[in-house]
Ligand binder design. Structure first.
Ligand code: ACO
Ligand code: KIV
Length: 582
């Protein structure tokens, strides 16, 4: 600790203490030897090929796997959104899975531009059943996997490297054999996944994939999808990118290979890993809507697609009704989407805190001004608004929920809701005054103050005041030779009085009239506006007044609405007097 020139003491830097957790049991993932890596300088310029595995990896990780009805709903959603490759299940797993694929085929539910795929282990009986499931489809892909990482070779399969390669090549041969038997008329595709790619030796993954290709024989018009899964995410996203670039450089027949990413989210970095993987040269991405899937889930296709969208890149997927997508996925999976989920959560376009609200309000007003100046709707302007990476309207959200008021809120948020929900454009100092009133309620009541409650508080504070004064009637108001005069009837502490005054406008005339009753009022600020368009429009008036004299005077705002703007302004003066004195 030391002392500053101003005499205050500076803080010492806090030190974290050693965690009691057994971190020593874990090892850092070794870096990939790729000093000339090129991916860090790459840019994503277009959407990859997408495959949704909601109905397979997503479904296999649910507490209650989807019923056939829910699977159909999910399939229809994926098609509607624009996914062209959809993994629809693991048909050899159960009769339900098999029947679902058959229903899609037999009921002709697969659009011509959509290709379904089905997953299988490299076991003969399972492969045959899998091939049978696709019979009669226009197009279909069989996706075969076996684990290639050392831990799995040793513990799960008890095989050496050659035997592991053999599982993959033998599986591929069997896929081709049963495809020939059952899928003569089907436009048939093949996908192979060296499962646990992220933990496998890179040269071995390439060796297995090259061996698989020796069997499949890719070539022009006969691609192979090599899917490189982060079955378990084990390292920082840059390591995945290195692995993808290394693989892409070393694998045979690269021009006929679609390199596919299948990231899981164990470290919470699946989105980043996918984006870096694409920069590293991958062509295709497999994932699930909202990141469903094993453990922490597959990479979230919504976040990935919307990340592209927010960079001005066509995601080739329609997210324009994100709430409908969210509701459907919640219904199908039985799991809620987190309120803070990127782009889709309930709260992700909402600001409660004062400085955020202030900036957002100014940003939206700036867009409104620009749109008015250009004579186009805001939706046609380039988007630029503080704290809002995209326009909520673009995903079907309204601005209503953008600003919500609680104890963290400031005048900007309160003013925004008064304007957007109640059409009142409070002058700046009134915003400050009213937000202090609101603060006493949020502190006292806790939680959120919705637009209706805000209106109740505002009405009670400004509009519902009747003591000591109440305006009963404006008897006459005239203007001649630059002077205004007014005669009005008011109730002063319950007694009806008629007062008259003169001034250089109706408000100053009224203030003059009130002085006859002993009320000393000085107008400090005045604003008015129409509340709505049309002949029967209401007007709102806001008056800041100093009421009383000398040390006992009080400054207060008054607000009123009326069909007649003169009446509204006089009522606003009364509102200020009543607030100051009552
Ligand atoms: C990373 C992933 O998500 S992979 C996809 C995982 N998804 C699923 O497993 C869902 C569907 N699966 C199932 O319903 C079942 O596993 C079935 C019906 C396919 C098979 O069930 P079972 O025959 O009971 O076998 P089980 O799943 O326990 O398989 C384990 C056996 O298959 C072997 N095996 C596992 N994966 C593979 C594979 N990809 N290729 C070949 N053999 C494999 C294992 O080594 C083990 O062999 P062992 O019995 O000789 O020790
Ligand atoms: C079958 C493969 C692609 C898989 O789901 C994984 O490795 O996560």
């Amino acid at each position: 600790m030391s002392t500053t020139p101003f005499g205050t003491r500076t803080q010492s830097v806090p030190t974290q203490t050693t965690s009691p957790m057994p971190y020593g049991r874990y090892r850092a993932f070794p870096p990939i030897d790729l000093p000339d890596r090129t991916w860090p300088a790459a840019r994503i310029t277009h959407a990859p090929r997408w495959l949704s595995t909601d109905l397979r990896d997503g479904n296999q990780a649910l507490i209650d796997p989807m019923t056939p009805a829910r699977k159909h709903k999910m399939f229809a959603l994926l098609v509607k959104m624009g996914y062209k490759e959809i993994e629809v299940g693991f048909p050899s797993a159960s009769q339900t899975d098999f029947d679902f694929v058959r229903q899609l085929v037999e009921r002709d539910l697969i659009p011509d531009d959509v290709t379904i795929s089905v997953l299988t282990q490299a076991r003969e009986d399972l492969i045959e059943r899998t091939a049978e499931s696709l019979a009669g489809a226009r197009a279909g892909t069989i996706h075969l996997y076996n684990a290639v990482a050392p831990l799995f070779r040793r513990v799960v399969f008890k095989v050496d490297r050659d035997e592991c390669v053999n599982i993959a090549t033998r599986g591929t041969e069997l896929v081709m054999k049963y495809a020939e038997q059952h899928l003569g008329d089907v436009e048939f595709g093949y996908e192979y996944s060296p499962e646990i790619f992220t933990s496998a030796e890179l040269d071995f993954s390439v060796e297995v994939c090259n061996a698989v290709m020796e069997v499949w024989q890719p070539g022009p018009g006969r691609e192979i999808v090599l899917n490189l899964p982060a079955t378990v995410e084990v390292a920082t996203p840059n390591v995945y990118a290195d692995q993808i670039e290394w693989f892409s450089r070393h694998v045979d027949h690269r021009e006929h290979v679609a390199i596919s990413l299948h990231p899981h989210n164990d470290r919470g970095t699946a989105t980043a890993a996918t984006e870096l993987g694409l920069m590293a040269g991958a062509d295709r991405v497999e994932g699930c809507l909202f990141g469903h899937g094993e453990r922490t889930g597959n990479v979230d296709l919504v976040t990935l697609g919307m990340n592209l969208f927010s960079q001005g890149i066509d995601p080739k997927i329609d997210f324009s009704d994100i709430d409908e997508i969210r509701r459907t996925v919640e219904y199908c999976t039985g799991l809620p989407v987190h309120p803070r989920h990127p782009y889709a959560g309930d709260l992700v376009y909402t600001a409660f805190s004062g400085s955020h609200q202030d900036a957002i309000k100014k940003g939206l007003e700036d867009l409104d001004r620009k749109a008015a100046a250009a004579g186009v709707p805001v939706a046609e302007l380039d988007w630029e608004a503080p704290y809002l990476p995209i326009d909520p309207h673009d995903v079907g959200r309204s601005y209503e929920a953008v600003i919500r008021v609680n104890s963290q809120s400031g005048k900007g948020g309160v003013a925004y809701i008064m304007k957007s929900e109640h059409q009142l454009e409070l002058p700046r100092r009134l915003q400050i005054e009213f937000s202090r009133t609101v603060q006493t309620h949020t502190d006292g009541e806790g939680g959120e103050i919705g637009p209706e409650r805000l209106w109740e508080i505002f009405s009670a504070e400004y509009l519902g005041r009747t003591t000591p004064l109440r305006l009963t009637e404006v008897v006459s108001a005239s203007s001649a030779g630059g002077r205004d005069s007014i005669t009005a009837r008011v109730q002063d502490r319950g007694t009806e009085r008629t007062v008259s005054g003169e001034g250089n406008g109706p408000v100053s005339s009224f203030v003059d009239a009130l002085s006859g009753l002993g009320y000393h009022v000085r107008v400090l600020d005045y604003a008015e506006h129409a509340l709505s368009a049309g002949g029967d429009a209401l007007a709102a008036a806001y008056v800041e007044c100093e009421v009383g004299q000398g040390d006992n005077s009080v400054v207060a705002w008054g607000v009123a609405t009326d069909a007649n703007i003169v009446t509204a302004s006089l009522k606003a003066v009364i509102s200020a007097v009543d607030r100051a004195i009552g």
